[in-house]
Design a protein around this ligand. Structure first.
Ligand code: NAP
Length: 257
């Protein structure tokens, strides 16, 4: 029970990495707040947690909307009194080379992936400051460190999240708050399946190519990232601050070798 009684908000936890993390955290004794745009997916995550004997509630909120995020945080505080861990996980894909990206599509990716980290942090942090304790995990990506084809808008957001993480850590360390970033490589989730469909005529061939990028020669699974998030959420990582945590099968350092 590495997260016994911790109250944890995971944005975008109706699917993929967020969902796998919520299931793992609940099995380690945490009380989960499942957030997503998609009510059905969010409720399914809650049901799976409860069926396994865990505790969770669902709150639908769009992480880009201040009123919805602020109301979500108020609801959590009214229900549980505290938020021990915030995992800013919600994110969307952005595909295309820069000169082909429509301004509206660019704005959408920037909005969800950066503003969607800013707003939950903005409303949760004052409660953590009051208790002089908290762990925030921001979802970046290994693309913050290496160039990958046709991902310009997405790469820009994940680089921004990594930079934001470091600045947040400096500002909030005096309040006992740790802020770290996760940098996954390619993880098989609905998000990646959608990206593969939009980007390649033959997704199966594309997967073979993607596997070769890893030193492991395998793609990752949501549970691989969930286990890294568990370490960052738990008190075991109390000396880990402002860190980029790679969960990428060696993509970043393989490329640099
Ligand atoms: P996913 O399966 O698509 O899950 C993302 C979740 O976020 C979805 O449930 C989505 O809801 C939700 N979401 C999107 N916009 C939202 C908003 N405005 N407010 C609240 N929730 C919202 O994707 P994933 O692969 O697990 O990705 C999770 C995070 O990991 C993302 O930040 C992604 O950039 C990052 N990441 C993924 C990989 C990878 O290879 N999979 C690698 C590196 C980093 P809807 O389904 O309703 O849109």
């Amino acid at each position: 029970m590495r997260l016994q009684n911790k109250v944890i908000l995971i944005t975008g936890s109706g699917s993929g990495i967020g969902k796998a993390t919520a299931l793992l955290f609940a099995s380690e004794g945490a009380k989960l707040v499942i957030n997503d745009l998609n009510e059905q997916h969010g409720q399914e995550t809650v049901q799976q947690i409860e069926a396994a004997g865990g505790e969770a509630i669902f709150i639908r909120a769009d992480v880009t909307k201040p009123d919805e995020v602020s109301a979500m945080v108020d609801q959590i505080i009214a229900h549980y009194g505290v938020i021990d861990v915030l995992f800013n996980n919600a994110g969307i894909s952005g595909v295309g080379v820069l000169h082909e990206i429509e301004p509206e599509a660019w704005d959408r990716v920037i909005n969800v992936n950066i503003r969607g980290v800013f707003l939950p942090s903005k409303y949760v942090i004052p409660h953590m400051m009051e208790r002089r304790s908290g762990s925030i995990i921001n979802m970046s990506s290994c693309i913050a460190e290496i160039g990958l084809a046709r991902r310009a808008s997405y790469a820009a957001t994940k680089g921004a999240v990594l930079a934001l993480t470091k600045s947040m850590q400096v500002d909030y360390a005096p309040y006992g708050i740790r802020v770290n970033a996760l940098l996954p490589g390619t993880i098989m989730t609905p998000f990646v399946e959608d990206y593969l469909k939009k980007s390649y005529d033959n997704p199966e061939e594309a997967i073979k190519g993607l596997k070769k990028r890893q030193l492991s020669e395998e793609l990752g699974y949501p549970e691989d990232v969930a286990k890294a998030a568990l370490f960052l959420a738990s008190d075991e990582s109390s000396f880990v601050m402002g860190s980029p945590f790679y969960v990428d099968g060696g993509v970043v350092f393989g490329k640099n070798a």
